[in-house]
Ligand binder design. Structure first.
Ligand SMILES: [Zn+2]
Length: 467
């Protein structure tokens, strides 16, 4: 696998000047890898971030080739970078978004130092190798190649490297949307969250994030008389809270598909074992669906969560002394809503499921992120991604709804059609401790190279004239 792309013969010809460029040449790959390793070696652990160091590196690289750069920051140490290559304006821009910050490290746990970007056995190791510096490097490199090739574009191509994705959206995406909207406003956006899934070293399918659930929350508060611990009472707040938590946690909330999840379950069946395929197909059969959902609840929590608004009880608080029956007990629930959920109606349903007047439901009203409908899977941008995945990896594309939150929510809320794409990864790698946020975060060197080819195919299909 390692050298296979060097033998491919993708020759790409564009524009009135018939500029020819080979994106998968050893020279381009070496340059990409150099920038990528340089970015991984810049410690942008968030908190505190210090993303400005990565921005300064990219600013110099881009400006040296005549690409104008905007550096914009809420906090001077946490800058964001925006670069733009102009098209003829006949279509609205496309935005390539990546984040420069990473999660924290415990250096004592790493075999290779976390900011060394060590190359070993076909991998690059380091914090941020998967999340998300491959995307930042590939985005920047795409800009350099578009500029050098003088590629004729129908739309502007914007590259934005944002701060603060991992720990706080204030200095990053929220700052960009509030202060630099005109600089990043686009018809479509490519950001993180997807992947190209490999098993047993073989590319299987590409997952593209086209929507996400909306973080919500609620507290259950049970009330009852307090008393002496030597005289147990059936009215105990802790007892009532426990029963309520068990009911909502084991509840199978109403299932509902949207375009993304319907297509996901239809297509994932095509790349699954016969037994799994039958279970996915059964979701569409009202008679067989409950058993299938129960299987997913036990064996595939992510897919089960894609089917409905989900509830996870994550904090339990009650009591202060062993011989005192407390008068109040609380549980905090992580509720992840379908994009179109009617939350007041959902809370009413929860109330019926709990069916206990001593247990109050207090919906969370602070810290709300903007909700938005999933991006379309029938437009030119999505079809361009399908074609690029087919051409570069020979795999089908499957859309999915992320159960957690991403920065794309802020862009979708402004009407941008956003697609979460990702690096090629072995599905076996994360359970072995090599995934994003792990102590051995790593990426296949081939995945870095192939992602640039993918970016090039997708971006030119979406933006180049005469394509
Ligand atoms: Zn990330």
């Amino acid at each position: 696998m390692r050298h296979s792309i060097l033998h491919s013969t993708a020759l790409l010809v564009f524009g009135a000047f018939a500029q020819a460029q080979t994106v998968d040449s050893p020279r381009v790959n070496a340059e990409l890898l150099r920038h990528y390793q340089a970015l991984v070696r810049i410690d942008t652990t968030d908190p505190p971030g210090n993303e400005t160091k990565a921005v300064e590196y990219m600013r110099q690289v881009l400006e040296a080739e005549g690409i104008p750069v905007i550096v914009t920051a809420k906090d001077p140490a946490r800058a964001n970078l925006i670069a733009r290559i102009k098209g003829n304006g006949s279509k609205r821009p496309i935005l390539l978004l990546g984040h420069t910050d990473t999660v924290k490290v415990d250096p004592s746990k790493w075999s290779f130092p976390p900011f060394s970007a060590t190359r070993d056995g076909g991998y690059i190791y380091g914090r941020g190798t998967l999340d998300n510096k491959w995307q930042v490097a590939a985005g920047m490199m795409t800009m350099l190649l578009l500029k050098r090739g003088n590629v004729a574009l129908d739309r502007d191509v914007i590259f934005a490297a944002e701060a603060g994705e991992e720990a706080s959206t204030g200095p990053g995406i929220e700052h960009l949307v509030a202060q630099n909207w005109n600089d990043i406003d686009a018809e479509a956006c490519l950001a993180e969250s997807g992947s190209v899934v490999r098993t047993n070293g073989r590319d299987r399918y590409a997952l593209v994030q086209t929507g996400e659930k909306l973080p919500n929350g609620a507290r259950l508060v049970a009330h009852g008389p307090s008393g002496h611990g030597s005289r147990p009472m059936r009215t105990s707040a802790i007892l009532h809270l426990s029963e309520a938590v068990e009911k909502v946690a084991l509840w199978d909330p109403p299932m509902r598909f949207n375009d993304t999840t319907r297509t996901y379950f239809e297509k994932i069946a095509n790349v699954s074992s016969p037994e799994d395929a039958a279970r996915y197909k059964a979701l569409f059969d009202p008679a067989k669906s409950p058993a299938s959902r129960e299987y997913l609840a036990e064996n595939s929590p992510i897919e089960y969560s894609m089917l409905h608004t989900s509830i996870s009880p994550n904090i339990f608080q009650a009591g202060y002394q062993v011989n005192v029956i407390p008068s109040e007990a609380q549980a905090t629930l992580d509720v992840r809503a379908l994009p179109d959920e009617d939350m007041p109606a959902f809370i009413e349903l929860m109330r019926k499921v709990i069916n206990d007047p001593t247990v109050e439901i207090v919906p969370q009203t602070t810290n709300q992120r903007p909700g938005a409908a999933p991006s379309r899977i029938d437009n030119a941008a999505y079809h361009a991604l399908e074609s690029a995945y087919s051409k570069v990896y020979s795999v089908p594309t499957i859309p999915f709804m992320q159960t957690s939150a991403s920065d794309m929510a802020f862009l979708r809320a402004k009407g941008v059609q956003c697609y979460g794409i990702g690096a090629m990864t072995d599905i076996e790698d994360a359970p072995k401790g090599f995934g994003a946020h792990s102590d051995q975060e790593r990426i296949l060197v081939d995945a870095v190279y192939k992602h640039l080819q993918f970016f090039w195919e997708a971006v030119t299909a979406i933006a180049a004239s005469n394509k």
